[in-house]
Each structure stands twice: as structure tokens, then as C-alpha cells.
Ligand binder design. Sequence first.
Ligand code: IVH
Length: 687
Amino acid sequence: MVVVRCYSPIKCLILPKTKPLTMTEKEKIDQLRVELHRHNHNYYVLNAPEISDHEFDKMMRELQDLENKYPEYKDDNSPTMRVGSDLNKNFIQIPHKYPMLSLSNTYSETEVTEFYERVRKSLNEDFELCCEMKYDGTSISLTYVDGKLIQAVTRGDGIVGDDVTDNVKTIRSIPLVLNGNNYPKEFEIRGEILMPWTVFEQLNQEREAREEPLFANPRNAASGTLKLQNSSIVASRKLDAYLYYLLGDNLPCDGHYENLKEAEKWGFKISDVTRKCKTLPEVFEFINYWDIERKNLPVATDGIVLKVNSMRQQKNLGYTAKSPRWAIAYKFQAEQALTRLNAVTYQVGRTGAVTPVANLEPVQLSGTIVKRASLHNADIIEGLDLHIGDMVYVEKGGEIIPKITGVDKDARLLIGDKVKFITNCPECGSKLIRYEGEAAFYCPNETACPPQIKGKIEHFISRKAMNIDNLGPETIDLFYRLGLIHDTADLYALTIDDIKGLERMGEKSAENIIKGIEQSKQIPYERVLFALGIRFVGETVAKKVAKAFPSIEELEQANLEKLIQVDEIGEKIAQSIILYFANEKNKALIERLKAAGVQMKAEEIDTSDHTTKLEGQSIVISGVFTHHSRDEYKELIEKHGGKNVGSISSKTSFILAGENMGPSKLEKAQKLGIQIMNEDEFLALIQ
Ligand code: IVH
């Protein structure tokens, strides 16, 4: 026997002596793939690495080099696919072979008992319940054929989902190639894609440093990541996946639990806290234990799922229109903490909105220490009948900032001062105002209240607005304090000499800032409109406004009537735009920005291929298409003068329907006698 190249200290590859000493390149590639798949599984599924990260990276690089050298040996399931690619893609929609249903939910133990009793009566025989964690991420359906991952599709609307295969391939705990040989030739496995707490916290820290919006929770972070267009960024986000449901014709066992145990051997990450229970007390023991212990799990969970274990019995129990009768999700109450309210302070945002903030005695809640909580507005404070010194309940909802949900009035020994919303701005002293129909109080001193000025400049430079690199709130604050800037237009008058040598500012940083400001002059008009920070003019509205009024002069002159003609612009937005331009200071600011070279009109677009073939027509798009994506069809409709509408009504001109048009849409269209056009007919129409 001859031992050739040994990557792992435990399993070395032993080849018979008859084999030539040097491997062919193809054999080397195959060997590296097998080894890397195994080390991936050891590290990401079993949490038991056998080699160092450095050795792993070295092997990966070697494989990558060989694959680059011999592209004829390319394999879509090679471990190198884990690094993702920079190519941009739009997701293709794929119909689910089996619809992705949801689970019926409950917060009540009584309803769990009722579920158990219902199952017992319906089955009229012994049964077991499989108790699992309810993972709080984003669901995924994976299809394997001949032991290879061929497709990964999101839940979508349960009937069709997005094909996110390339992104999913970067998740190291999802096997690309299965182990063993007793898996069905073709099957689906469903589970949850999750961002572990540690990764989530680090990602948000990085985003905070780059002044990007934070993810509210790991669920949003996981689903946002999965839908990224660039799979190499997905790869860097270190997602994880737990699988909990097998579907297919030839599954190895009748028991759901036993099938998952098999799937574990094939390489999937299956939760090891799953347990089979026969009686209700056992079920409640599981629920109560994990309600507390889940805080020590590496990923977010929000409840327990109970599933009838036998697939035969599941079949007998069947489904309602929305969910299986053989399963239920018991959701945990949001975690609460009780702590003392020390003070209420007030923050003024860039729009002048004043937000009350509760300053709390620090308390531990869902893994972090909470010192502050949002009180939202004056009405909430009044509704809580809040007094300083009160013991208050704090809860973490879907948002990052916790909120106060109640007061323990029994704990009031000495009643402190009742919390009364302030009447004047804490920053500039102006009298606060409340707009009709709004809960918030505002400081009206838009152009001279410091946090409003700084907030407006911070918004102006942010990534989705003028995207001025190397500038952040601290630098803005510094420039403002030193009197270098008073508004956004002042940025364009800054020079390297003005800022180099300031606190923590070397020549290079100063150069980069000025360069970033200069480059922002290329930012298109629609983003400039967003950057101006006109109330209610967010990114989407700014796009619509820019399209309807392609220059700032046209927008400035638009009256209410003209403004509300624009799609999605109602009276509230229109009034806000009019109010903005009625202020001479704003008009002067725009003039200065224009003089500095900021884009104040839309770029000319090539309309040579535009027609009026669909003019006056309201068109609904439904289903899955082959020749173009939905977005491309939307663009085509607009190019030819038509209007995209979301729902079917008697005003709909026709429906552009692909495969699998939703049954309710079809029924409605037939009822209203609306024409249904397929892709080819549509393309012929606009040709
Ligand atoms: S089973 C037919 N098991 O909860 C039911 N779902 O509302 C198939 N989820 O969309 C789902 N943990 O994303 C199942 N252990 C678990 C789960 C789980 C989380 C999610 C899943 C699903 C939602 C159901």
C-alpha cells in the first residue's frame, strides 16, 4: 500500500500499490472535492472540525486553481461553489411541487391540549408527537436528485417561490452532495435558513460603522441576505440552516423523526433537541424547558412545533386550506423584563419629530442589556399613565429598540412625577407643534435647530442618497461645531485645507472626503430629490416625482392638482412638497446646490423605442414567465404607454398571464370578463 497526500490527520487516502504514484488531475479534483465536502460537514454540521481553517483554505485554493485550469471538469456542486459569484441575477420564480403551507399558531396551552385531543379522537389509535424547535428564520425548500442539490426555492406565496440556488449553495451547512446511499432518488427537504446571533450582532456592528440601516432581527437579516443579488456577499454573511421536513415518494421510514435521523446521516443539519412524546405532560415538559433554555441556542427560535410522527397518520389527518391538521406551532410569549423608569428624555430627529425615550435601570433582556426604550409619542405616555420611578415592563418586538408595554402599578410605593410631554424643543427651545392627524410633536424650527440641521446633512450624505463616502455623523458634528457647515450646500464649498489637521483628520482622509463630495455631483436627480429630505418623499416617491417632473424647476412650479396626478402621490405628499418650495430658505439652498454642480434635472433617456401601443391600458401581470422576468414585462408595459396595476378590477384592460396564474385571480378575471393574454400574444401586440 502507498499512502498519498494526506490532508486530514484522521482519514488518509490509501491507494492500492498497483495505482500509479501520481494522480491524474481529474482524480485530484475528485479527491479534493470529497475531502472538502467532508470537512465542511464536520465543521458546519457536526461542529467537530478535524483540520485547521488554514489547511481547509489551502485545500480549497488548490481545488479552485485546478478547476480554473481544467474548466472541463466544472461541477455545479463542487465545494468551490460555496464562495458565490459577483454576477448579478434576478430570481426566477419556480412553482413548488408541493405547496409550502404554514402552521396553525397558538400562544395558549389550552389550545395545545385541544389540538392533542382533536388528533386523539380523529386517529382513534396510539400516536406519537414529534416536538421540535420553531426556528425563526426564513423557510427554504431544497430539491435533491441522485444525491445532489439541484434547486433551492424560497417559500414565496407558498405556490411559487424564488430560485435562490446559487445563494443557498454558499451556506456551508447545506450539503451539495449527500453521504451514504439510502436516500431517495429524488426528494425535497424543507427547513429554515438562519443567521446565528453572533453573526447578526457582528453584521449590525459593521453596518452601524458604515452608517447603513440596521437589521431589526436575525430573521430579517437572513431573508434579506438570501435575496441578495451577489452570492459572494451571501457567502460572507455565514448563514446556517436547520432542516425539519422531508417530502418525497420513497422516504426511508414511516416516522417523521426517524426520517430526519436518516437525513442527518446524509449530511443535513438536523436539530438535536427534537424529541418524541406520547403524552401531554411530556409535551408541556418539553415546551416549558425550551421556553427558558432556548436563550442558550445559537440561533433565534420563537416557539415549539408539534407534529404527529407517523406519516401514515399525518395522511389520515390531512390538511385544511392553509395548514396541516397534523401539526401545530406553540409560540412563546415575547420575553419581558421588569425595571425602573429613571427619566424620560427627548430626541429631535432630522424632520423635527420629537421622540420620547425612557431611560431605564439597566436590565438583561433576550441576551442584551437594555438601558433605553422607546415611548413612541405623547399618547402612549398618557395611555400608560407613566410616572418617574415606576416599575415598567420592557419587551423586544421586531424592532431593534425595545418598547415599554406596561406599568406594574402595584409596585408603586411613592408616586413620582407624572411624565408630561414637553411643550418646547429640548434643543432650540421653539414651541412644539402637532400636525393634524399625527401622533408626533414637531419642532418647527427646521433651518436653525441643530439636530435637524445635522440630521438633514446626515441624510443627504447617506448611502441611498448622495452616497458620500468617508463622511459620518461624527465628522458632520465636528464640521458643524466648528462652523464649517450649516447646511448641505456648504459641503460643496469645503476644501482639503479647511479640514486637514482637524481632530483625527489626516491629509489622506481630508482628500478622500473632498473626493467623495466631488463625486456626489454625478448622483442622479431622483436621488438628489430623495437626499433633500422633503417630508414624506422617500426613495420610491422621489423616483415617481423625478419621472413626472424631470427638473427641479418643473417640480417647484407644480401645483397641488398636478402633483396628485402622479401615481402614488396623494394630498399629504403633495402638500409637503408645496410647503417645502414655499420656504425661501429651501429655494435658496437648491440654487446653491445647483450652482455647485449637483444634478437638478433628469438625464435625457432614449425614448426611440417607446410607443403608444398600450396607451390608456391598465394591465395586471400574473404567474410565471419564460421569455422575460416580471420586471422586464413591467418595463415593457410602461415603454409602450401602458400602466401596471396590482389587482384586477372592472377597469383592468387585460391580464398578462404566465404559467400558474393564481386561482383567485383567474376566477375574478373570468367573472369580470377580462381578457387573459399569454406571453407570446403580448409580445406580438407590442412588436
Ligand atoms: S414544519 C407543513 N417545522 O414555521 C408545515 N416549520 O408557519 C411545514 N418553521 O413556514 C413546516 N420551525 O418556516 C416546520 N420545526 C419546524 C419549523 C417550521 C420553523 C417555520 C417554517 C414555516 C412556518 C410555519
